[in-house]
Design a protein around this ligand. Structure first.
Ligand code: SAM
Length: 259
């Protein structure tokens, strides 16, 4: 049905978690949601993401059973790597919002359902939902939002190591390598760390920490390492660097647990 709100066109963004890279972990609801859209849109994250793009393509092919929806890849604006982190991210999000807004206003018919596949789950370290909030705040287009959850890489990490992410009735801090380097709040004993290019666990010192690490989870070449941090940290650093060089990119995350 075509909708217009006081001259502002409207479409529906269907934000779909497609899991951590294993075709078997794409949910039935994710496939159904992607089969329901008129067009699929995503940002081009460059050469190093070719394997991730191939996986997205494979998921779309499966969803559509032969007639894939139109896939539009938007140029991802460059992020200022020299500027202060918070400002650089803010500017990058605004630039992305402009690119997406232009596409939705100029190239999508009012009332269309626009698929936005998201790696893992959209609620963890992904900016798609914030981007859509930004678009709605700007008011040039109204975007209704539907979210389909996906299996997160964090869930897969726990499954692969056969662990619960927290103690009985305990807490779990989910954070980034950057935040870990800034220091942990007092009393934290279980920490899940995403987006850590610098192996920040090496700065914790051996204070009874145990690490459960995983790279390329759910994908060919998956690697798992676990053990007391003091004993395995250096091996993880070296393994990570060797894998990154060999494959050209790496996705890894870990849980730190104080024993
Ligand atoms: C931009 S975040 C996206 C997280 C995603 N929304 C999720 O739910 O897994 C990317 C980070 O997630 C982690 N990650 C995502 N997929 C992964 C995988 N298959 N194996 C290991 N880590 C992964 C890595 O820490 C990577 O740097």
């Amino acid at each position: 049905m075509e909708r217009r709100t006081s001259g502002v066109t409207a479409c529906t963004a269907v934000v779909v978690g497609i899991g951590p890279g294993d075709p078997g972990m794409v949910t039935v609801q994710a496939l159904e949601a992607l089969a329901s859209v008129d067009v699929v849109v995503g940002f081009d994250k460059g050469e190093r993401a070719a394997e991730l793009l191939a996986f997205r393509r494979e998921v779309l092919d499966r969803a559509s059973a032969g007639t894939p929806p139109r896939l539009v890849t938007l140029d991802d604006p460059q992020r200022d790597v020299d500027g202060a982190y918070a400002h650089a991210v803010r500017d990058w999000h605004l630039a992305r919002a402009e690119v997406l807004e232009r596409f939705l206003v100029e190239e999508v018919r009012p009332g269309a359902r626009v698929g936005m596949p998201v790696w893992g789950d959209p609620a963890l370290y992904d900016s798609t939902l914030r981007l859509l909030d930004e678009l709605n705040a700007r008011g040039r287009i109204r975007v209704d939002v539907e979210v389909v959850p996906g299996v997160s890489s964090l869930q897969l990490l726990a499954a692969r190591h056969g662990i619960v992410l927290h103690r009985v009735g305990g807490s779990l801090l989910v954070t980034t390598g950057r935040r870990l380097r800034e220091g942990l709040p007092p009393g934290i004993e279980d920490v899940a760390v995403f987006l850590d290019r610098s192996c920040s666990f090496t700065e914790l010192g051996d204070k009874g920490w145990h690490i459960f690490w995983g790279a390329y989870l759910g994908m060919p070449g998956e690697v798992l390492v676990s053990g007391p941090l003091g004993e395995v940290a250096e091996a993880i650093v070296q393994r990570r660097e060797a894998l990154r060089r060999e494959r050209g990119w790496i996705f890894d995350l870990y849980l730190l647990r104080r024993r």
